[in-house]
Design a protein around this ligand. Sequence first.
Ligand SMILES: Cc1cc2nc3c(=O)[nH]c(=O)nc-3n(C[C@H](O)[C@H](O)[C@H](O)COP(=O)(O)OP(=O)(O)OC[C@H]3O[C@@H](n4cnc5c(N)ncnc54)[C@H](O)[C@@H]3O)c2cc1C
Length: 411
Amino acid sequence: MDFDGIVMVGGGIAGLATALALHRVGMKRILVLERAESLRTSGTAIGMWSNGWKALDALGVGQSLRQQHCLLQNSKLISRSDGTTVNIPIDTSFQELRFVKRALLLETLASVLPPEAIKFNCKVVDVRQFPRSKLMWEIELEDGSIIRAKGVIACDGVNSLLAESVLGLPRATSSAQCAVRGLSSYPEGHPFPPTRQLHMAEGFLMGIIPVTEKEVYWFISSASTPPDIWEIVQNPDRIFQWSEATLKEFPEEIREMVKKTSNDVIDMTVLKFRWPWSMLMGRLWKGTMTAVGDAMHPMTPYVAQGGCSTLEDAIVLARCFVHVEEDSINKLDESQRIIEAFKKYTNERRWRWIRLMTQSYITGIVQEGSNIFLKFIRDKIMLRIKVPNPSDFDCGTLPTIAPLKSSLLNQ
Ligand SMILES: Cc1cc2nc3c(=O)[nH]c(=O)nc-3n(C[C@H](O)[C@H](O)[C@H](O)COP(=O)(O)OP(=O)(O)OC[C@H]3O[C@@H](n4cnc5c(N)ncnc54)[C@H](O)[C@@H]3O)c2cc1C
């Protein structure tokens, strides 16, 4: 099949948000290829900080998501070793933090895209430059079919096939840390205040965060992985056993909360990241191909910015398209304009990615470290000092009207 537009490979937050941003600036020929048979309807929640909300507002879906998730008013850091507790009120006139149900986020993004823009059951197995034109791509699906596209955006997550094989970025490596995430359900309403609780224990960090009036997100991120991790991740009963054993010294109320999680909203994952210096040099685009989200910047989740920064990517990328269209409509052909847009996008974003990847890596080491030095930094310094907030970032808005009648935009 010949597709005369831009293909997003992967229909997670990156693929759907990028497609929606391009759609919002007037690009009609967009296609998301997702390997699953439908949108992910299970899953837990994701911390959406002010920068993420700005991006969701730019996409036009912020308001409806806001209404369905509770606004957090306070952060509470608790050191389990000596009981030190630090309360940090969240200035809600300046900082907006809500945890958003992943399934709802994906459904909301997809609901405002034309239905024909998303194709399920499309596992991409190879992407290569078209032999007769280096500016076209052949996308091969698992069933053997081929889609030819003018541009490709890799949105295929942390284990991105495309980032590695086409962009030449190193494969994301395991940080030797793991995380369990769960969503507890309280049909009659939960007792937790709108506070993000972070319990720092030796070797792990636990978080408890209300999502709605009836659901509470919790996570445990551990500095090490159990030897049989790959068996545990496949079996929810074993994930529960591991979580209960890890939290055995925690108050009863917290252990009871974990028990209120059903099997389809608990998962465990080995954390992966890419070293930030791999982003320092070289191109982050190749011809008419680039990447968005975890495919481009896999990071450990310690600053809770992977998803928020993915939404920023989508806005910046779409805006770059418009700016290039405005500046060069009569000077460059369509493929060259895609290249220019990808160049502009990666230049604008590179240092933001490097900063977030570095900050999340260092934060993870300090938060979960068990040696005396790291414990000192965590309990005596980190609880007391104000570190730069990675969510202090505004990705800007999308131009409301596609200004020019190029063939990619407006046709
Ligand atoms: C424990 C944990 C906690 C986190 N907490 C937060 C948080 O609080 N706040 C925050 O902002 N971020 C958080 N993140 C990060 C966030 O989850 C990710 O950054 C975000 O999900 C990235 O979205 P994505 O679309 O790039 O990747 P994914 O969500 O992985 O989506 C990739 C999609 O591509 C599809 N796909 C993959 N390969 C192919 C293929 N070959 N062909 C077709 N389709 C394919 C997959 O099926 C999937 O749908 C956390 C991450 C972890 C691990």
